[in-house]
Design a protein around this ligand. Structure first.
Ligand SMILES: C[S@@+](CC[C@H](N)C(=O)[O-])C[C@H]1O[C@@H](n2cnc3c(N)ncnc32)[C@H](O)[C@@H]1O
Length: 422
């Protein structure tokens, strides 16, 4: 009885501390900055399932299927899950850590997708539900019946999660609950294998004073949990500080493309872009390729004939180049609609080196190029259609990712004088 009273007293005290400090809410600059004692936020996360109204508690067993009325959130979670599988590209039976797994819906889906999943959560209630959910699944997928996932009750910052163990760790809608996200990411960095992947799916930081921010403050008031979302720049900085490399952000566009007659019209420009922080990062030590590149650097040299200095407008120019991969990422050469392959591109500059155009036509590489390897290509492009003095800049492109120059790689530039034809 005394122990029970002590425990209840501790919970009430933790809640009062949050109300007293966290809900001071606004920081000095007027921004939202919950600042209660970190331990009280953790205690609130432990207590959270016990404070939920019955239908919200029931959802812990059915997630991602929400109510019959609310199909929007379910659809969103299915899209997020499918996109994550495509982006993260794990080998079969990869070991995956589902950080702050909650009721384990994601662990269940990942296990059914053939991964060896461990979920960790600070709340014993959540882990009990996650275990119940896994045990209740009768059929896993077509090649294995028994569904297995392992769950650990613990604070991610301190729990014994091993080291160099996992191919990937996933933070799905949870990093904003951690009072010390830096320490948490550093901890997870250690448990990943060299080259291991970290996937973050998070909401975005709402504008100060917005309704979304008010909802967060209300959530803290009601449950005492920490709700502190990040901007993309903050997440990148945290990841870099924790040692992650090849950090890449994704846009969440949730759409099925409309077919107009025989043509598929993506309407990407009009598609609603839900605001989200979707990020893939890597622990160094693995091998990178141009889909998830780390260092992209090239040494370009003209071989054979030097580029012509003067030519008629619109004439074709051919230059032979030797290109060495001096970065650490494998260049993929095969064109893919989603990009991530490397080619050679041209930029047209005016006489003052100001960019006039990025020429769309590229020269493809004849094969994949590993770090340290070289390739020879014949690069063709057309001189501008109008007379004048120009500069041509040649640079490598990681298609739909970046020009190498933007990553600090050297380019080749040469002047051309274009005259009227004839
Ligand atoms: C919004 S829920 C998300 C759960 C799950 N990822 C999902 O998509 O359903 C956040 C979870 O973070 C857990 N959590 C909060 N702080 C934690 C910590 N320090 N260590 C582990 N889990 C934590 C909570 O218990 C809760 O289950």
């Amino acid at each position: 009885m005394v122990r029970f009273l002590k425990r209840v007293g501790k919970k009430v005290f933790a809640r009062l501390k949050i109300l007293a400090s966290g809900l001071r809410g606004a920081g000095k600059d007027g921004s939202f900055s919950p600042d209660a004692d970190p331990e009280s936020y953790k205690q609130a996360a432990i207590d959270y399932p016990g404070f939920l109204p019955p239908d919200n508690r029931y959802y812990l067993y059915t997630k991602p299927f929400d109510s019959i009325k609310n199909k929007k959130d379910s659809a969103m979670l299915f899209h997020r899950f499918a996109s994550m599988l495509e982006i993260i590209q794990l080998p079969q039976r990869a070991k995956v850590l589902d950080v702050a797994c909650g009721p384990g819906w994601l662990s269940e889906f990942l296990a059914r997708s053939g991964y060896d999943v461990t979920g960790v959560d600070i709340s014993p209630d959540m882990i009990r539900i996650a275990n119940e959910r896994i045990r209740a699944v009768q059929f896993a997928c077509r090649d294995h019946e028994a569904l297995e996932a392992h769950f650990i009750v613990g604070d991610t910052e301190t729990a014994d999660l091993g080291s160099d163990l996992y191919h990937a760790a996933i933070f799905f809608d949870c990093l904003h609950h951690f009072p010390n996200p830096q320490a948490t990411l550093e901890r997870v960095f250690k448990v990943l294998k060299p080259g291991g992947k970290l996937y973050i799916q998070e909401g975005v930081k709402p504008p100060p004073g917005s309704d979304d921010e008010k909802k967060l403050i209300e959530e803290i008031r009601r449950y005492g949990t920490l709700e502190k979302p990040f901007s993309q720049a903050e997440l990148f900085e945290l990841l870099k500080q924790a040692g992650f490399v090849a950090i890449q952000a994704y846009e969440a566009i949730q759409l099925i493309v409309k077919r107009k007659g025989r043509a598929i019209t993506p309407h990407l420009a009009d598609a609603p872009v839900p605001m989200t922080n979707t990020i893939l990062a890597h622990k160094p030590g693995g091998s990178f390729d141009s889909r998830f590149a780390n260092v992209l650097k090239a040494d370009l040299r003209v071989i054979g004939q030097a580029p012509p200095q003067a030519m008629a407008a619109g004439t074709d120019i051919e230059i032979q180049l030797s290109i060495k991969n001096t970065g650490d990422s494998h260049w993929l050469s095969k064109p893919q609609p989603e990009g991530g392959f490397v080619s050679l591109g041209t930029k047209l500059l005016d006489a003052n080196h100001c960019l006039l155009a990025e020429v769309l036509l590229r020269t493809l590489l004849p094969f994949d190029v590993a770090p340290g390897e070289s390739v020879t290509v014949l690069h063709r492009f057309s001189a501008p259609a109008t007379p004048g003095r120009f500069w041509i800049k040649l640079d490598m492109v990681d298609e739909q990712v970046t020009w190498f120059e933007d990553e600090g790689s050297k380019t080749i530039e040469f002047p051309i004088q274009v005259r009227t034809p004839g």
